[in-house]
Design a protein around this ligand. Structure first.
Ligand SMILES: N[C@@H](CCC(=O)N[C@@H](CS)C(=O)NCC(=O)O)C(=O)O
Length: 229
């Protein structure tokens, strides 16, 4: 029996945050469609969750929802959390930042479609600031050492989350690679280092062959593609 079951759509968007970690630690897990739980059973599972991803832990027969909670849980299980209090808190903060960026880049889960003007304003101001924020965090902590990670000299959930955020974004929208390079060159390098870790590389290659450039899906992805050009 697998150790975990991950319920998500056939898209990288929030699912890859969890999946990259599961892959990196060689956890045994099964992928299931989000529709097996969402929306009909969302309130019936133990620890109900409003929306995918859902992570089921077989040994405890427990479900977890909310991507940051799932990642922190796995981080503790697999020793991917910084030991010191500041680092531990920053790891959670980094994942929450990622979730904010996901919310912003999808205009609140597609509540409103992007127009060229609003997109450019977001891209060259707020998104650029987000990138700089990750870069500064790394420079204040792990990037002091050559080949270091975001928060220190060892890999943590913060690196998995950063790569799941920006690595995926750049893969799906290569035009944004320039933005990351200009605003956060060390983060760009970090994403490459994480994406080339053997298990992650194998997984991403397979996923990208199957899903192409797919990002978050739906009309909001179409709208993003239109404005990014
Ligand atoms: N804060 C939640 C957001 C979950 C979420 O918005 N999931 C998306 C897919 S990435 C979804 O299917 N939402 C449907 C809904 O909210 O009803 C998390 O981090 O897991």
């Amino acid at each position: 029996m697998a150790d975990y079951k991950l319920y998500y759509w056939d898209l990288p968007f929030r699912g890859n945050f969890i999946q990259l970690l599961l892959e990196d630690v060689s956890a045994s897990y099964e992928r299931h469609g989000a529709g097996e739980i969402y929306p009909d059973k969302s309130l019936q599972i133990r620890n109900p969750g409003m929306a995918p991803p859902y992570l089921y832990e077989c040994k405890s027969k427990t479900y977890f929802a909310q991507m940051p909670a799932c990642l922190m849980h796995l981080g503790r299980e697999y020793d991917y959390l910084p030991k010191r209090a500041e680092g531990h808190t920053l790891a959670l903060k980094t994942i929450l930042d990622c979730n904010d960026v996901l919310m912003e880049i999808t205009n609140c889960n597609g509540m409103q479609m992007w127009e060229k003007k609003s997109w450019d304003e977001f891209r060259y101001n707020r998104l650029a600031d987000w990138m700089r924020l990750y870069e500064n965090t790394g420079l204040e902590h792990g990037f002091k050492t050559e080949g270091g990670f975001l928060l220190g000299s060892t890999i943590s959930v913060a690196d998995i989350a950063t790569a799941a955020l920006f690595g995926t974004m750049i893969w799906s929208f290569p035009q944004l690679g320039v933005d990351l390079q200009d605003n956060a060159p060390n983060v760009a390098q970090l994403c490459q280092r994480i994406e080339t870790r053997p298990n992650i590389r194998r997984f991403l290659q397979e996923q990208r062959e199957e899903n192409g450039k797919g990002y978050c899906g739906g009309q909001i992805e179409e709208s993003l593609r239109k404005v990014i050009g």
